[in-house]
Every structure is written in C-alpha cells, then in structure tokens.
Design a protein. Sequence first.
Length: 431
Amino acid sequence: MSWQEASAVSSLSQSASLQETLTRLQKVKVQLAQQRNLLSDSAPQIISLKEEQADLDALLRQEIAGTLGPQHSNLAGQINILRLGKLEQGQLNEFADLGLQKEGLEQRLASLKNSYSQYQKRSNLSPQLQEQQRQLERKLKSVTENYETLLSKANEIGIRQDYKVDKVRVISAAALAEDPVNTDGKVIVATGALMGLLFGTALAFLLDLKDNTIKNTQEVESMFAYPLHGVVPDLSLGGNNQQLQLPGSERTNMPEQVASEVSMMPLKEAYQNIQVNLNLLDADAKKKVIAITSSVPQEGKSSVSANLAVARSQCGQRILLIDADMRRPTQHHIWEISNQIGLSEVLQAKSPWSETVQNVMPNLDVLTAGTIPPNPIALLDSPVFLNFIAEVDQVYDHIIFDTPPIIGIADTKIIGKAVDGFLFCRSSRGC
C-alpha cells in the first residue's frame, strides 16, 4: 500500500456513515455464508441476501467516491483495510503523514536544486558584470567632470555677458558734404597701372624662384660635376602619341618609348648623338659595358636604356640590353615580351643565359629581369654574376644595364663593380 492509499484509508476510517455501511455489509456477508450452508443458491433467502450485499457494495463505492473521488473507489473491496483498529489506524495515519512529508521534502529539494543552478549561473556572470559596472562608473565620472567643466564655463560666459559694456558710442551724426568730391581720373589710372606693374613683376619673380625645372644645358653642367652627353626632347608635349614601328622589325605595335626612324626623327637623332658622345669619350678604350641609372624613379632611365640600345644596334653592333632592376622591372613592358624567366633565373642557375635572352630586333637581344627574387643583392653580389658578365662580354659588342635608382637601393652600387661606366639620367620636369 502506498502512502497515498494509506492517507485515503485514514480519511475513510474517520467517516461514521462509511463505518456503518461497512458494518451492515459485514453482517450480510456473515448471514449469506451461514444460509449457503443450509440452502441452495436458488433459494429466495440467498437471492435476497445477495441483492442486499450488492446494494451495500454500491453504496460503499458511492460513499468512497463522494469522500475521496472516483479514483479511490476500488478501496470498497478491501473491507479488512477499511475496518482498522485503533493501533492500526494510528500506524496508518503516521505512514500517511510520513508520505506527505517525503513528498514535500522532495519538492523542496527540487526547488533548492533549481535555485542552486540559477545562483551558479549568476556567479559565473558576476566578474563580467562587475567589470561592466566599473567601466560604467568610470564613464559616469568622466561625463560628470566634463559636464561640471562646461557648466562652469557657461556660467563664466553668462557673467561676462551681463557685465559687457559697449565700447563704441555715437556722439553725433556725420556731416554731409554740400558739393561733390572732385576725383582725378588720370591719377587713378596711373596709380592702377603702376600697382599692376609692380604686382606683375613681383609675381613673375616669385614664380621664377619657385620654378625648379632645368631650362638649358648650362644649368645641368652647373648642377653636376660630370660631362653632358646629350639632351632628349620631350615630344609628348607636342601631342605626338601615335604608335611607332622600327624599320626591319615585324612588330606592328612597338611601344611609344622606343623612337622610330621616321615619325620621331628628333628623338632618334638625340640618342644617336648620345651614342657618338659615348664613343668619343674614350676612343682608345671604348666603354663596352655601361649602366644607366638615375637618382630617383620616373627619370626616364628605362626609356633611355631601350632607345640607346636601338641606336647602337642600328649601327651594326650586337647589343645586349639587361633589365637589372629586379625590384621594379620595366623592359618587358617597353618591348611587350615575356618576363617569366630572366636575369634572376640565370643568376640562380635555373636557366642558361643563351636560352633566356629574347631577340627583339636585328642585332638587339633583351634579357628581362625575370621573377622578382626575395633578395636581389645576394644574386648581384655573387661570383655567378661576374662570370655571367664575362661570358656575354665575349659574344656582344656592347652591354647596357637598366639599373635601379641609386638613392636608397644598393643594387646599382654592386653592379658598378662589373661595368665600365655609368650614364646618369636627369629629368627636366623638376629637381
């Protein structure tokens, strides 16, 4: 028996009407047992007692359902349980009370476990909440201090406005002239012309001071302690931007940087003049390996290298143009050729130079920079580079290096150990 049933039986045992019904039912059962020993089941007395027993059973179930509910109506068949003595009744009541206490304690335990879980979650969030509180307190303190400072300044400004006194007062109205004022137009015109002349002169003087471009060859020779070998005109100022084609070349879209024989004759003559000056510089021991460089980028050294190589190749000499600027290579753009392999692969022994050079026109081969290496200085400052120069020197009449700018980069200084001389380029657009 569960404690719920025990509690129900305890409640039923305290009902007087239920106990009376139980007593009557017990008596009928006793009489029925006695009569069955004397009579058959079909006897009228037996049938009457059975009907009375059935009526009492129904009445008992009805009273139990009315007291405890229909779910406990099965207790009507347990007569021995319902008819308890005082001792059994006390034990049953104690058992029911203990069951109720157990259920209450279980509910209390579940509630405490739920509360413990919630407090555990709060304790995990406590450090974060404390940090947020400290940050908010610091922000509140900062905002409060700023507010108090602004409020103090606003009060000071308000006080100053209250005590502000006008410094200007009108003493009397201005007097009107009775006759118009006579103006001399000639004086005004002469003054304006003089002022304009002075202003124009000053402006021209300032512009001349600000202008840092090179005007003529004398300025170049005065700036540098080296001989001037030639001047290349800037034909882009004349609007001549047509695509060029070199004679004897199968290319139909030669880059603009390389001078053609017909359409850019002044440019071609300028590079031929540079070539002649270089040959006359040392007629007995001609400089065979030269490097072309500049102080900073965008000075035109790559264009000069390409055009000087063209000018020398057109004189029947075998020329090798090497793009030694392995940081910002340019020659493969000028000639529109591949740069997958080049000088860097040759110096790393990944490709022989004889199979790496590319012929771009008669008597002119170009060795591009190739893949940009992580450390160009290590490749240039190696015996492999000197051996490479010695080998190509036996094949070509002249070797021209297109090198990086000399300011901030040590590559050109290292290349200088293997060349016969340098050709320095300087743009006239600015110093």
